[in-house]
Design a protein around this ligand. Structure first.
Ligand code: ZN
Length: 186
C-alpha cells in the first residue's frame, strides 16, 4: 500500500517569506495526483512546517511557517480535504517527532510517494528517514521542486542513488493506480 506525502506546500514557502517561484509550477500536477490518490483509496498525508519561536531551525532560516499563522497554511489550491491526514513538523524531516511512522504502520503503508518542496531539503531528509525505516520511496519528478534547477536535480539524483528512490512522473503514477483499481484496507 502506498501513501502520498505532501511536504511543505505552504503559503510561506510558495509565495511568502521563503518564496520559491518554481513551486507554483507543480501545483496543477499535485492536484491531479492527489485527486487520483483519493479516488483510488490511497492515503494523502500533509507534512507541514509549524514552527514555535524557540525552534533551532529558525536560526538558519529566520521566522517562517510559524504555527497558527497564515504563512503556515497549505496553499489554498491544494488544501486538505476530509479524509486526508495533516501532521505538523518542526524541522526538515517529516518523520522527526511527528507521529508519521505509527500513522503509516496503522494504515499498512510500505511505499511512500514523496511530493512537495524542497527536493534537496525537506523531501530529501524525509526520504532518508523513510529509507532508514524500510519504506520504499517513489518520487514523481514533476511533483517536487526546489529553489534552483541545480538543487532540484541534485535532490532527485541523491534520492535515486542512495535511497533507491524510483523517480517517475505524476501521469505514470495516476495511470498505475487507475489500472490497479481502488485499494481496500487490510
Ligand atoms: Zn522550517
Amino acid at each position: 500500500m502506498e501513501a502520498v506525502l505532501v511536504i511543505d506546500m505552504l503559503r510561506d514557502f510558495v509565495s511568502g517569506r521563503l518564496q520559491c517561484e518554481r513551486a507554483e509550477r507543480i501545483i496543477p500536477n499535485l492536484l491531479k495526483l492527489l485527486s487520483a490518490a483519493r479516488r483510488c483509496g490511497i492515503p494523502v498525508i500533509y507534512l507541514n512546517d509549524a514552527h514555535l519561536p524557540v525552534d533551532f531551525e529558525l536560526r538558519r532560516w529566520g521566522e517562517h511557517a510559524m504555527r497558527g499563522t497564515e504563512g503556515a497554511e497549505v496553499v489554498p489550491e491544494l488544501g486538505p480535504v476530509e479524509g486526508d491526514y495533516v501532521l505538523e513538523k518542526r524541522t526538515y524531516s517529516g518523520f522527526y517527532e511527528t507521529g508519521l511512522d505509527p500513522l503509516l504502520r496503522g494504515l499498512g503503508v510500505d511505499t511512500l510517494v514523496l511530493t512537495g518542496i524542497h527536493t534537496h531539503l525537506c523531501v530529501r531528509h524525509t526520504a532518508a528517514d523513510a529509507f532508514f525505516r524500510g519504506y520504499r520511496i517513489v518520487v514523481p519528478r514533476d511533483g517536487t521542486e526546489a529553489f534552483t534547477e541545480e538543487a532540484y536535480r541534485e535532490g532527485l539524483r541523491y534520492m535515486e542513488e542512495f535511497y533507491g528512490a524510483e523517480v517517475t512522473e505524476v501521469d505514470e503514477l495516476v495511470k498505475r493506480w487507475e489500472e490497479e483499481g481502488p485499494k481496500t484496507f487490510k
